[in-house]
Structure formats: structure tokens, C-alpha cells
Design a protein around this ligand. Sequence first.
Ligand SMILES: C[S@@+](CC[C@H](N)C(=O)[O-])C[C@H]1O[C@@H](n2cnc3c(N)ncnc32)[C@H](O)[C@@H]1O
Length: 457
Amino acid sequence: MKKIIAILLLFSHNALSLPGDGKLVATPYIKGTIYNQMGAYQEAVSVFKEVLNAEPNNDKAYYQMGVSYLALRQQDKSINAFEKSIEINPKNPNPYLYISVIYLEKKQYKKTLKLYQRANKIIPNNRDFYYNTGVIQEILGKNTKAVEAYKKSIEIKPKFDSYYRIGIVYSKLKQYKKSLDAYQKATSINNLIAEVYFGIGRTYEIMAQYQKAIDSYQIAVSLDQKNPITYEALGFSYYDLKQYKKALSAFQTQEKGLTELWDDYAIEPQGVLDFAKIFGNTHDVVLEIGFGNGDTLVEMAQANPALNYVGIEVYEAGIGRLINSAHIKQLNNLKVMRGDAVEFLSANIADNSLARFQLFFPDPWHKKKHHKRRIVQQDFLNLLAKKLKIGSVCHMATDWQDYAQQMMEMLETNKNFKNTQSAHTYTPRPEFRPLSKFEKRGNRLGHGIWDLIFTHR
Ligand SMILES: C[S@@+](CC[C@H](N)C(=O)[O-])C[C@H]1O[C@@H](n2cnc3c(N)ncnc32)[C@H](O)[C@@H]1O
């Protein structure tokens, strides 16, 4: 997924080059592309509509409008615009790639594969279609098909990421020699990516060739000094070679790495926080309480680089996991606070400083006598309201019906909040909210899912 998005970003940059025709509409078109680059997507849509009024067959304007709608998370409109662009100019690969990202977000993998089959017929020999097909086959657990697709992408154009993925897949298939071979080819194209050397190390470790594993982990460490997982792997390989002092030193460095990452990502507040100073920009701040293992928060921060995210959690393993993946993804718009959210909210978060609040699957305290322990109470909402800006969004979700009812009742009776739906109505599950561990658990137990999206007035 990460790789697909990387490709798309590349394309979106290319797509912002000037249109070769339609002089009359060139100026508004450029204006629209600039709006897209600046993140002013609503304005971009208006401009592209203007362009299309003047020139209804401008495929590039439809394409750019698709990009704007995608950024505005209006997925159906985005697909329509990209499809229009394809209808007019079926030879442009970019709209297919964008549509596939939307299908992937919706986890519609079969549809994505069909889209690529359709695209392959019209634009043969596009390496990205094959590469992305490989990624989807991997997600579907079809590793052999994934290798086939990656190989096809290499036949068209040998690139680092295809070799890297083949290395990973062969390792999963327990074909270690082939895995090493693919990784080596990846490093011959780009020898600066720590993850590949980590992969090589892992494969050698599985093959019980510990010294070779160590050599490779050492290169990974030299390329990314802060990744504690590599130090841990290094420690275990030394341990397997009975080189205990070195193992100990690697484990100690792992701890040091964790401390350094902690300094990069954790906020340890003294007094009221200045988010502009903490993030080095004045982007809107989203606060999430109780992010659990952090996977959904990381996904949202990655998907929305123009927003700053702050997560508060007490669960240490979850905080560690979040920090690690934020580091691997090199996120600079995500910070974490360890401790009780209500205390932080009252003591350290400035009034009128939050643009969005999210609380996903809070502890349900499902026994009636424990309901008073639930975080959503009027006192909490009044405190939260002080911290939210006027017009900001408060988003909650739960898989416990009676907690959903409690949230609805409390939010609707609190004068600071207004339902974005009509009275007593839950919001349909928004696609921008990634599926979380506790939501999956709720689904497994056959629970319903209730989303509530209110604005602060
Ligand atoms: C049921 S889990 C849900 C986790 C995650 N949002 C998800 O959907 O997978 C609730 C989380 O809220 C955290 N939590 C509960 N009360 C908290 C508080 N007062 N401050 C910070 N975190 C809290 C818990 O540690 C737990 O990880």
C-alpha cells in the first residue's frame, strides 16, 4: 500500500504539469492545479468545473478534479471524475492508479484486480499496473501470483521496489535462496534502504547463518540508527552465536533507541502546550484519546499529512508500537502523550486549540454498575468543548449499543455540540476511519458499529 501511494504521489506530481492544449482554459486549469498543490481542494473543484464547462472533453481537468475529490475524501465523486477522464483519454494510466487506491481503501481487492486487467488491455506494458497487482495478490495471501506479477513488472522495467517485494514474498514462501537473490538485486539498484538489509538479515537468521545475519543487520543499523527492532534482531543473532557481551550491548542500544524515539515522538508536558512550537507549523490539530495499539492513528496521520495528530494513551505496549511505526513511516505530524487523557486535557491542552477530536471504541464498562466509569459523561464533554475550536468536529465510535445511546443522549443534551445528522441519527460508518483492533473484535462478536459525528458550536 505504502509503495502504491508512493507511486501515486509521483504521478500526481507529473499530472500537475501544464496541459498541452486548450489555450482558452489554460489559466483556470493551472489555477486549479495550484489549488490542488496547496491543498485547497474545494477551490480546485470549483475551478475544474469552470474549465469543464468551457471544454467538456478536457480529460486532464476531470483527472485533476478526481485528485481533488480524493483528497476531500469524496470517493464516489472521485471515481466518477477519473472514469470520465478515462472515457475521454483511455491511454492515461494515472486515473486507473488513483481509482485503484480508492478500491484498496475500501478493501475491494477483487475490483482492484479487475481494474488492472482492464487497464492492462488498454495500456499494455505498464509496470505500475503489474507491481500494484503484486501488492494486492500479497494482501490476498496469493504469494505465488504476487511473485508472477512482480516479475512481469521487472520484465517491463526493473525497479527496486519489485525486487524488494519479491525478496519478502520468497521469504514467506520459505524459498530463502531466491529471497536473498531478489534482495541483493534490490540493493544493487538502491543500497540506502535499511529495510532491505533488515530483510536479508532476517532471511540469514532463519537459515541459521547468524554471522551473515549480523553483517546485514549492521548495515541496516548504519542506515537507520534509531530503529530498535534492528538492534533487537542483532542482539538475538549475537546471542545465537553465544557472543553474550555483544548481545547485551545490542539490547542496551535497543533501549537507548527506544529512548531516542521517545524523545522524538512523545510530549511530556509542563504547562499548557504550544502545538505550533511542538509541530513546527500551524496545521490543525486532531486529538485522539485511547488509540490502543495505534495502528489506526498511524494510518490516519499518514493519510493526512496536512493535519497534526496527538494521541493520548495509558497502554505502554500500544504507545511503543505507535512510536515504532511512526518512525518507520517517518511521520512528523504525530505525537503521543502517555497518561490519563482527562488530566492532560484539563491541565495541558489549551482552550480553543483542537480542530478535531476522536474517541474510537472506548472501554465500554458494560456492567450497569460500572457505567459511571465510562469516559463520555457531561463533565468530560464540557471540558472537551472548552478545548475544541468553534466548528470543530467531535467523532466517536463504539460497538456497544447502550454506550452508543449514552453518547448520543449526552452529546445531544450538551448545548456545545450539534449532530451532523438529523436528531438521534448515527453517522454511517465513514470510510476515512480505518478498521481498528477493537472494531474487528466487535465485528467478530456480532456487535453493531455506531459512529457519531458532531460539530462544536
Ligand atoms: C477498548 S480500547 C480501544 C482502542 C482503540 N481505539 C481501538 O479501537 O482499537 C480503549 C483504549 O483506551 C485507553 N484508555 C482508557 N482510558 C483512558 C484514559 N483515561 N486516558 C488514556 N487512554 C485511556 C485504554 O488503555 C485502551 O487502550
